[in-house]
Design a binder for this molecule. Structure first.
Ligand code: FAD
Length: 416
């Protein structure tokens, strides 16, 4: 049975799909969102909740491949490959290596900075449009370094942020750090503080708030699992487990699960997942004043609702392998060393699937086969951060208008 026709069917109710659906509905489109599990049921629920506009530097930096073996040798270090997935990740790694060459890196850096600038401004518009100010924390971010050598090695990255307009203060003593966040082990002697950094009070609550607003404007949310997408001259049919839906356009926002549906449409995308782990501790676990990043250990400590979330790490292990929660244990044990008064009991462990492209840029693009199909996936570590900007670009692509920034760097064909 085919449901009534829609202007747009958005597949995926994570932060990207919901943000795009909301923007389209606000501009008068008749929008349906389909998801197999519900709003923010996966990665968009358990992330660290940061609008990380300062993080303009792609992961594939020049020279990164020389550092990777050291990280990979530690099976519980910040970066790991599950042995059962080692061969499958090779094509992604090859593209990652190529993306780290200076020419590609510079292009990706510019494109990332442009999307960040758009997303930062778009977020303010989005917050106003949904009366969402009460769900945003303005507490900055502290990026910590153990000693002068580690700090000096990071200075070029701070210069790059400066060149892209990121405001920050560099701190060169444990006392200066303690003025912002007491309770950090004194081995951390240096830091960069980004005062304009923002967080949501809770990523699931934020996505649900946007989804409620979408529904209050007449948008529809339906639980269904999409199996295929069929094109005809004047519309698109979305074939799902419960029924078939028809629309003028579809937006594919299925995060780390987007590869199969894109392949059905003829686009082979080097999308994979960087699995991440965390533990959420109950209220009172630590008196946290700001979002803390332990960059060289690959994890953050942040607020999630009333609780404290300790999480990060990158595990290359695909979508099917069971989680290895030893990673959450290790991050929590490190956090307890670095924040000696952290109470580590009664934590809830979680693993999520970052949808990652090798060049750290998302796919925001028409499908190769038709302008009726628009892709919005692959935001990696930055899906929440770039959600409002992505939504504005998707609106322009649906309307057939010129986007406010060039979408050429995010096109699906860039790896072909
Ligand atoms: C540990 C960790 C910390 C992070 N911290 C941050 C952070 O602080 N800031 C930040 O910006 N980003 C962060 N991220 C990244 C961020 O969480 C992701 O980039 C973002 O959630 C991706 O959103 P999405 O909407 O693309 O995908 P998802 O949230 O994964 O949503 C995709 C949806 O598609 C649905 N779906 C899949 N296939 C189908 C189908 N066939 N039919 C119907 N529905 C389908 C799924 O059910 C799912 O709900 C973090 C990630 C991790 C793992």
């Amino acid at each position: 049975m085919t449901a009534q026709p829609y202007d747009v069917v958005v597949i995926g109710a994570g932060i990207i799909g919901i943000s795009a659906a909301l923007k389209l509905q606000q501009k008068g489109k008749h929008v349906l969102v389909l998801d197999s599990k519900g709003v923010a049921a996966d990665t968009s629920a358990g992330n660290a909740g940061a609008f990380a506009f300062a993080d303009v530097i792609p992961l594939a930096t020049p020279g990164v491949m020389r550092k990777a073996p050291k990280w990979l040798l530690d099976p519980l270090g910040p970066l790991s490959i599950r042995p059962a997935y080692a061969l499958k990740i090779l094509p992604w790694m090859m593209h990652f290596w190529r993306a780290s060459w200076t020419d590609r890196y510079q292009q990706a850096l510019t494109a990332q900075a442009q999307l960040m600038a758009l997303s930062k401004a778009a977020l303010e518009r989005q917050i106003d449009s949904v009366d969402g100010q009460h769900l945003i924390r303005h507490e900055g971010q502290l990026q910590l370094y153990e000693g002068e050598a580690e700090f000096n090695a990071a200075l070029p990255s701070w210069q790059t942020r400066k060149a892209h307009g990121v405001a920050f203060e560099l701190l060169e003593s444990a006392e200066a750090i303690a003025n912002i966040q007491p309770g950090i082990d004194p081995r951390f002697t240096h830091a960069g503080f980004t005062p304009e950094w923002k967080n949501v009070v809770h990523p699931k609550v934020w996505t649900e708030h946007l989804a409620n607003h979408f529904q209050s404007l007449g948008g529809t949310l339906t639980l269904d699992t999409v199996q295929s997408i069929e094109l005809s001259v004047d519309h698109v049919r979305v074939v799902a487990a419960q029924r078939t839906y028809q629309a003028e356009h579809i937006v594919l926002a299925t995060g780390a699960w987007s590869k199969t549906l894109a392949a059905q449409l003829g686009d082979r995308v080097p999308l994979d997942t960087e699995r991440g782990y965390n533990t959420t501790l109950p209220a009172g676990a630590f008196d946290l004043k700001t979002h803390i990043t332990f960059s060289n250990h690959g994890f953050v400590v942040t607020k999630a609702g009333e609780g404290i979330r300790v999480g990060g790490a990158v595990e290359l292990g695909g979508l099917a392998l069971a989680p290895n929660y030893k990673r959450s244990d290790i991050l929590l044990a490190k956090a307890a060393q670095f924040l000696p008064s952290l109470k580590t009991d009664q934590g809830v462990q979680w693993m999520g699937f970052r949808p990652s492209m090798p060049d750290s840029l998302p796919v925001i693009s028409y499908a190769s086969c038709s302008k009726r199909v628009i892709y919005a996936f692959g935001h990696g570590h930055l899906g929440l951060t770039q959600s409002a900007g992505t939504a504005e670009l998707i609106l322009a692509l649906v309307q057939g208008k010129m986007p406010s920034i060039s979408v050429t760097p995010y096109r699906v064909q860039r790896f072909q």
